[in-house]
Design a protein around this ligand. Structure first.
Ligand SMILES: [Zn+2]
Length: 227
């Protein structure tokens, strides 16, 4: 009886996972699943397809997935502020011994994918819901939990710029640093006591605090990629 129950349980789990299965251009020998973080201006973050999160210490959250083949290269749309993306990747790289990010290219074909295409892309686009600041989607192998791709889309609904020069804009670098944290395997944190950390899930016009990592962000990063 126990065995039958076990089989049924496995069946249910497999069925549940199958719903999020997507095509896999990386030709891995296992299925690739995805998680999508949708950031709304009013502070909501909708997460689609999140795996069971690891135990969550204060002010950082590990998604239970990480890059295993480094460095990660990426593609930036010419509509996105390139310097902000570079600064975001440099900031994460500066706090771990791993060499996280390698080369990049600027290419107008950079877009936000439904299915993985092997390119880690930063683009500007319009998410089909109101009030979305940015969306990050991560693809990872189901069993070995290896991140194989991430895409970030900044929403054209907002006015983007450098908030240190104009507080009425959504700051490219601020949001880029947060979204890149997702791309590395970190989740959002929501407790108001964590409001200063880069991976805090809420943002707004004029915010620049998230450009630089705080200690909890660094601890989370180093758990994944070393000190
Ligand atoms: Zn987030």
């Amino acid at each position: 009886m126990k065995k039958i129950l076990h089989a049924i349980l496995i069946g249910i789990i497999v069925l549940g996972l199958a719903q999020t299965t997507v095509a896999d251009p990386t030709k891995a020998k296992e299925p690739v699943d995805r998680i999508t973080f949708i950031h709304y201006r009013d502070g909501r973050v909708k997460v689609e397809g999140r795996p069971k999160p690891a135990k969550t210490p204060t002010c950082y959250k590990l998604l239970g997935i990480k890059w295993k083949r480094l460095p990660v290269s990426y593609v930036i749309s010419p509509q996105v502020n390139k310097d902000a993306i570079l600064a975001a990747t440099v900031e994460w790289d500066a706090h771990t011994r791993a060499n996280l990010f390698g080369g990049y290219e600027v290419d107008e074909s950079a877009n936000f994918d439904d299915y993985p295409d092997g390119r880690n892309e930063y683009s500007l686009g319009n998410y089909p819901q109101e009030g979305v600041i940015a969306v990050t989607r991560i693809w990872y192998t189901r069993y070995s939990k290896e991140i194989v791709e991430y895409d970030v889309m900044f929403d054209s609904e907002f006015t983007w710029g450098d908030a240190t020069a104009n507080p009425e804009v959504m700051d490219w670098q601020n949001i880029a640093t947060h979204e890149t944290g997702h791309g590395l395997g970190l989740g959002d944190v929501y407790q108001s006591v964590c409001s200063q950390v880069t991976m805090y899930g809420y943002s707004d016009y004029g915010e620049t605090d998230k450009r630089t990592l705080e200690l909890p962000d660094i601890i989370g990063l180093q758990k994944l990629y070393g000190r």
